[in-house]
Ligand binder design. Structure first.
Ligand SMILES: Nc1nc2c(c(=O)[nH]1)N=C([C@H](O)[C@H](O)COP(=O)(O)OP(=O)(O)OP(=O)(O)O)CN2
Ligand SMILES: [Zn+2]
Length: 126
């Protein structure tokens, strides 16, 4: 696809990854991160509108996602019981892709750690 548009948004949330590590490990303690997410949409602009998807529609969907994630305890969000960057990408994909099939990539970064993850969907080649 020749065009890609992106929408970024941030959220602050708490989590713990106690199920992934030995007792006493620092990941097992409840702690918080500032996350930066990006949604990428690809396609050919509609000849009539000149856009792939109106950002106003994307912004409305992002607002519902932020309402769930921002200032949340991620472990309590259904589908995020193991709230890694990988699972966050997958969780966002599953909520955006059915409504906006132009979605091609979800990225979630933690700037403070300079760490991030990108997901291109379950059909991408392993
Ligand atoms: N592949 C992944 N590995 C890890 C993930 C992940 O989502 N995917 N997540 C974590 C934890 O979130 C952990 O809290 C990260 O801790 P750490 O690397 O110590 O970074 P800080 O919390 O110290 O960074 P801050 O600057 O304080 O936010 C681990 N691995
Ligand atoms: Zn963490």
């Amino acid at each position: 696809m020749p065009f890609e548009i992106t929408k970024s948004f941030s959220f602050d949330a708490a989590h713990q990854l106690g199920a992934n590590v030995a007792p006493g490990h620092r990941y097992a303690t409840v702690h918080g991160h500032s996350f930066e997410a990006e949604l990428a949409f690809a396609g050919t602009p509609d000849p009539a509108t000149g856009w792939i998807r109106d950002f106003d529609e994307i912004n409305a969907l992002v607002a519902t996602l932020r309402a769930t994630l921002d200032h949340s305890y991620l472990n309590d969000v259904p589908g995020l019981e193991r709230p890694t960057l990988e699972r966050l990408c997958q969780w966002l994909w599953e909520r955006v892709k059915p409504q906006m099939p132009e979605l091609v990539r979800v990225s979630v970064r933690r700037g403070s750690c300079r760490e991030g993850c990108s997901y291109t969907g379950p059909d991408a080649r392993a």
